[in-house]
Design a protein around this ligand. Sequence first.
Ligand code: BGC
Length: 766
Amino acid sequence: MNLDNYPQHPWKIIEEGWNKENTKASESLFSLGNGVMGQRANFEEDYSGSSFQGSYVGGVYYPDKTRVGWWKNGYPEYFAKVLNAPNWIGLHLQINGELFDLNKATKIEGFYRELDMETGLYTRRFKALFNDITVSVESKRFLSLARPKLGVLEYSITTDQAVTIELQPYIDAGITNHDSNWDDQFWAIDQKVGSGNRAYIEAHTLKTNFSVGTFMAAQLFEAGVELDSPATQKEGDQKIGQVFFHKLKANTPLTLVKLGGYVSSRNFPKATLEKEANDVLDEASKLTFSTLFEEQKKAWSNVWKSADIHIEGDTKAQQAIRFNIFQLNQTYTGEDAGLNIGPKGFTGEKYGGSTYWDTEAYCIPFYMATKNQTVARNLLTYRYNQLDRAIENAEKLGFSKGAALYPMVTMNGEECHNEWEITFEEIHRNSAIAFAIFNYTRYTGDLSYIPVMGMEVLIGIARFWRQRASFSSAKNKYVILGVTGPNEYENNVNNNWYTNYSAQWCMSYAADQLAALRLSSPKDATRIEQKTNFQNEELAQWKETAENMYLPKDDTLNVVLQQDGFLDKELVKAADLNPAERPINQHWSWDRILRSPYIKQADVLQGMYLFEDKFDEATLRRNYAFYEPFTVHESSLSPCVHSIIASKLGEDEAAYTFYLQTARLDLDDYNAEVEEGLHITSMAGTWMSIVEGFAGMRVQNNSLSFSPRLPKAWDKLSFKINFRWHIYSLVMLQNSFYCEVDSATEKTLIVEGTTHVFVKHISLEL
Ligand code: BGC
């Protein structure tokens, strides 16, 4: 990807100038989504150059049979993938009988793409010399936030001479996944129907049997006047659409407006899908492109009202944070507790589109503070609904009596990951799920989640940790053996500090919550204890295991130890590595990585970030100073946590460098892999680096607290926070702080450690 083609802009992602090498990267960067469906920024017309086609429908997945070299008992049978769905944007364009293809143009001028993040509108235009005809194209499309089943495309063609145009808008169900273990067929087509200017294909996923109806309707305009050119239906094996023939005058735009989208059996009975598709089209066809776009603008403006972050004085930082916020909103809107946030969202196939611990450890704070709290509650409910599967998953590995092990990767609650060192060993993921319950309760003050759902989850998780810990007579402590911590560059280690610490925390938290529930709501406690077959002695067992958990540390360096034996490694700092060998995961054997001290992402520091109240600043500083130099940040989830910690420690330059790394990871293609899709879950970490890092926001005793520390280049930082059903508008300058609340009742804020009580607004010099 050539960064020179992508000028910076506060509200837009722009690509200027034709550069074939950029195509796949731009297909990722200009991706569109509306929480329910998404698509990469593929060209609508045919393109024979290199491209990665991608259209996705949230929650519609295929269980791709596991493929491993050597089967191990306990491996999951399949890897669930949100698969490539039928494409509705396509069109074939023939000019004087020749199929137009940008890859075959003799000259391309004025190639331009723009993604307007304020409105979710994607525009592309160019002028191409094709068989001695100058063809100008402008295409605009958006996936409607207001009508989540609908996408809208307006595609205009102008030529410098009179030509014959054959335009074939179509939908295509003949699609495959790049990522497929056995080259299975994922979809089977059930019906294709076309009539008038509409077409519809219904297909179902094999094995999982989701039915998806993909639909389209086309209208043609010449110089803005609708043509009633009779369209002919055209049908192939896996495609259906129409053909329009038109004699186009020179310099007169011919515009196709194509409505398209999906209805799926996740939301409607199968028998009614075609009717539902027609209903969407009936409604939308009454409106023009510009009216539909007005709705879109309004819907996005509502999102930005409570989610925007405005930075003055630093366009690259500004563009980056808006891009991150925009993509998170394209991926998950929070209405459906059956959906979640895949690490690549709707922008690629890697990670299968499934749910990881990323949701709880990174994404929940963003959704909690930029939307109302029902959204975060839906994310917690997703895990509650999968508790039975987590218990089954633990049983498959030999645990019993209601112990729950949530999967590393999942779509429906079943584990999908099949590398033993992660499937069986990266069990710290369980702790993030318990932590999210704590975090949600602390932030929202919603005390109803724990009795209704959370307590059962906490019991399952605490039971797991109690059983997974074993007693070491030599240490006279509980130990947790054979694990992979958040740093996946170490496998099968003993006593990963983060895992042991978080397990200890989970058991104590679950015990405290149950004891509190017995007092505050004995009826709920009894119901839950009966349902989970809770034995009273379990409380004491959790406490005893937690109190006697072994936490490795080194008294000479006065730091905790990432795991037993960490100090036996050759402790050469990452800065002293040969730059030609970075990233190490692309240059070194796995064996060499495992023996090295290099840390993929925050591990000890992840723990000190999550449980920060338990560590004083000096401890954090020592551990940061010791571990960061060995950290290679080869996971997208790494720089954000380091940025937050660096801000807290007053390491301003490091905080800013990590911020740019996390925020512009995809825009500047730091890891040379943006072609595969965007890093959606780490984008929530970017938001945290500003709000928790530079603004220093925390929740303390039911109030928001701030310790602002703006990067030098920033004149002003403003953002909104939805806290307990009120919007707090914050403005921070290098030495002043202002907050306004949409409520006339008294509010409390803690700024730089001092508590302030105010009504409506407060202004402070710092
Ligand atoms: C990280 C995991 C993360 C996964 C999905 C991996 O590279 O190491 O922590 O859950 O990506 O984002």
